[in-house]
Design a protein around this ligand. Structure first.
Ligand code: ZN
Length: 343
């Protein structure tokens, strides 16, 4: 089954809902590669460093740039061009949606984690895949060598719409724990200077790793969706370089922390679609991070007007066509970096 390793992404897409068998290969540089399932590849050096790193892509199948980045890093590991100093798990989350060139097949996979996949009578293929992915994350973190270890998970995405801030990361809710200064510096090295702080639990993949396994975990938005082969890879070069250094070096050096280099936003409102007749009060193509002022009407939900509560309230991820009860819009406001409790 050499072709499994020769073109891991292709093989994954040929088996979009998974295979039970495991495949492994030892490279001449003593990196052990093991495939646990379609889209799930573990790279483990014989003398593993103290980090356990997860890099995931294709939670949304039409977000091509992160898939290309993972594909290239994996190919370089297999070709022994990319060193591996720490245990690293690659996850190509939803290959069926890559095949269909769609964000998802039945359900938005990034609303299915932390057990949401098995609420009610949910037996969708995406729900089952999310449940399996959770078990692989658990296996990866809990099978790590003994000792003091650091856990990381970068879940890579690209946005559907234009954004006034092209790259941004979502920092999952920490339940009151301090935020990590080193992680802000790592995100900056990835070209990401804008960070949204979630203020409540979510059912995203990154919150699952952060909350269940105390990992430094982030949803990282790297730019705008384009078809395969049409991504301007130089736009993603900083992120790819930082990820390659994280995997390939014992402890890559990060630039010193300067608060003014970071743009931190906190959630102001989560606006759910509660009625069938729901409309956003701005044009469909309005860019992420467009600002509204206090009192501006953002949406009509049934008979109700939903208004901005603050001046300079920025909209993110608007989508009027979500299922009833789901988030149609998030709004955020800038907070001073100095106001964060950092560790
Ligand atoms: Zn996405």
């Amino acid at each position: 089954m050499n072709n499994v390793f020769d073109d891991f992404l292709n093989w994954t897409c040929q088996n979009p809902w998974g295979v039970e068998q495991q495949f492994s290969r030892q490279l001449s540089n003593d990196t052990q590669l093991t495939i646990w399932d379609s889209g799930i590849l573990l790279a483990e050096p014989e003398q593993a460093g103290n980090k356990d790193i997860i890099i995931s892509c294709a939670v949304h199948g039409n977000e091509t740039a992160p898939i290309e980045i993972c594909r290239d890093i994996i190919q370089d590991i297999i070709a022994e061009q990319q060193p591996v100093k720490h245990r690293t798990l690659f996850i190509i989350a939803n290959p069926a949606s890559i095949n269909a060139d769609r964000r998802f097949i039945d359900e938005n996979m990034n609303r299915l984690f932390s057990g949401a996949h098995s609420k009610g009578d949910n037996t969708s293929p995406e729900g089952q895949r999310a449940a399996k992915i959770e078990s692989y994350v658990e296996r990866f973190y809990t099978q790590a060598p003994a000792g003091k270890r650091q856990r990381f998970h970068y879940d890579l995405h690209t946005a559907i719409r234009d954004s006034k801030r092209e790259k941004f990361a979502v920092y999952p809710y920490t339940h009151g724990k301090p935020h990590s200064q080193e992680q802000l510096q790592f995100l900056l090295a990835c070209g990401v200077d804008t960070v949204l702080l979630n203020q409540a639990p979510t059912t995203t993949f990154s919150y699952f790793s952060a909350h269940q396994f105390d990992a430094h975990a982030f949803t990282v938005e790297l730019g705008k969706v384009r078809p395969f082969g049409e991504n301007r890879r130089e736009d993603f070069a900083a992120a790819e370089k930082a990820l390659r250094e994280l995997i390939g070096q014992a402890d890559p050096t990060l630039a010193p922390f300067k608060p003014e280099q970071h743009q931190i936003f906190a959630e102001a409102q989560t606006i759910n679609r509660e009625h069938q007749d729901f409309e956003l009060n701005f044009a469909d193509q309005t860019a992420n991070f467009t600002a509204f002022n206090k009192g501006d009407v953002l949406a009509f939900d049934g008979g109700n007007e939903v208004r901005a509560l603050h001046d300079n309230e920025h909209i993110i991820f608007p989508n009027a066509r979500v299922a009833l009860g789901h988030r149609a819009l998030l709004t955020v406001v800038r907070v001073p970096t100095e106001s964060l409790e950092l560790i």
